[in-house]
Design a protein around this ligand. Structure first.
Ligand SMILES: NC(=O)c1ccc[n+]([C@@H]2O[C@H](COP(=O)([O-])OP(=O)(O)OC[C@H]3O[C@@H](n4cnc5c(N)ncnc54)[C@H](OP(=O)(O)O)[C@@H]3O)[C@@H](O)[C@H]2O)c1
Length: 241
């Protein structure tokens, strides 16, 4: 699991631990928070490991560590992501450094994780084999979101999901889970009028709870065994309005 300590990542770790999975909580800068998260999870055998997704050498070390601990990987959740708010009409505000960071983290990162863990995923003995869940975003479809390149990065991630699903079948399934805006602590800290407007634009009349995203990730990984190469929306019907 990458991005394990984020607003969605922590909930996904808890949901998988509750379901009996051993969780390897991947972090970049939040090592202490990842260790605290692991301590809080039900059951034993979980661990916190460095998983900086733009550093392929570090990901090779991560794979070796996972192999030594668990011998295989049943589910990889690519949840790490980055962005910054830049109005879409402000092209100068979207500088090259931000573009490179967004694409390296949100697109190259998930690919690098799959490349590093492919061998471990192919050893999964769970029904349906190994699974990769890429946490995408409704922004891939609506082209509205924090900035132009964030939307493009999630569209690229959904495309990657399809190519990799074909390339890695039948041993490994690959699915995008595509949330609408979720009511994480970060979103709760934002302007109330903006949050209310986002909720009102959603046919179900509210934002997603992190637990609802996590349950969709668990279902796609554990239950939807004949599902691969597709995008599972968890957005309250937002594109309909
Ligand atoms: N929250 C939403 O409403 C929403 C909606 C749609 C889609 N999403 C997607 O869901 C995912 C999680 O969102 P979130 O709200 O939980 O994010 P968040 O709270 O901002 O957390 C981002 C996470 O990504 C990790 N990260 C960033 N750059 C990294 C890198 N180079 N290598 C490894 N880890 C890195 C961070 O790790 P460290 O703290 O260790 O640095 C952090 O755990 C993202 O992909 C996001 O695009 C979120």
């Amino acid at each position: 699991m990458t991005g394990a300590t984020g607003g969605l990542g922590a909930q996904i770790c808890c949901t998988f631990a509750d379901a009996g999975y051993l969780v390897a909580a991947g972090y970049r800068s939040s090592a202490d928070a990842a260790r605290a998260l692991v301590e809080s999870l039900p059951g034993s055998g979980h661990c916190a490991l460095a998983a900086p997704v733009t550093d392929s050498a570090a990901l090779a070390r991560l794979a070796a560590d996972l192999e030594a601990r668990y011998e295989r990987c049943d589910v990889l959740v690519n949840c790490a992501g980055t962005t910054r708010f830049v109005p879409h009409e402000n092209l100068d505000g979207l500088d090259d450094a931000l573009i490179d960071d967004v694409l390296a983290t949100n697109v190259r990162g998930p690919f690098a994780m799959v490349r590093a863990l492919q061998s471990l995923l192919s050893r999964s003995c769970r029904p349906g084999g190994g699974v990769v869940i890429n946490i995408s975003s409704i922004a891939a479809q609506t082209a509205t979101g924090s900035n132009v390149m964030y939307c493009a990065s999630k569209a690229a991630l959904d495309n990657l999901t399809k190519s990799l699903a074909r390339a890695l079948a039948p041993r490994i399934r690959v699915v995008s889970v595509s949330p609408g805006l979720a009511d994480t602590e970060f979103v709760k800290s934002m302007d109330v009028a903006w949050r209310d407007e986002q909720a009102s634009r959603t046919p179900l009349g509210r934002l997603a709870q992190p637990d609802e995203i996590a349950q969709a990730v668990l279902a796609a990984a554990r239950d939807l065994r004949f599902t691969t190469g597709c995008v599972l929306p968890v957005d309250g019907g937002r594109p309909l309005k």
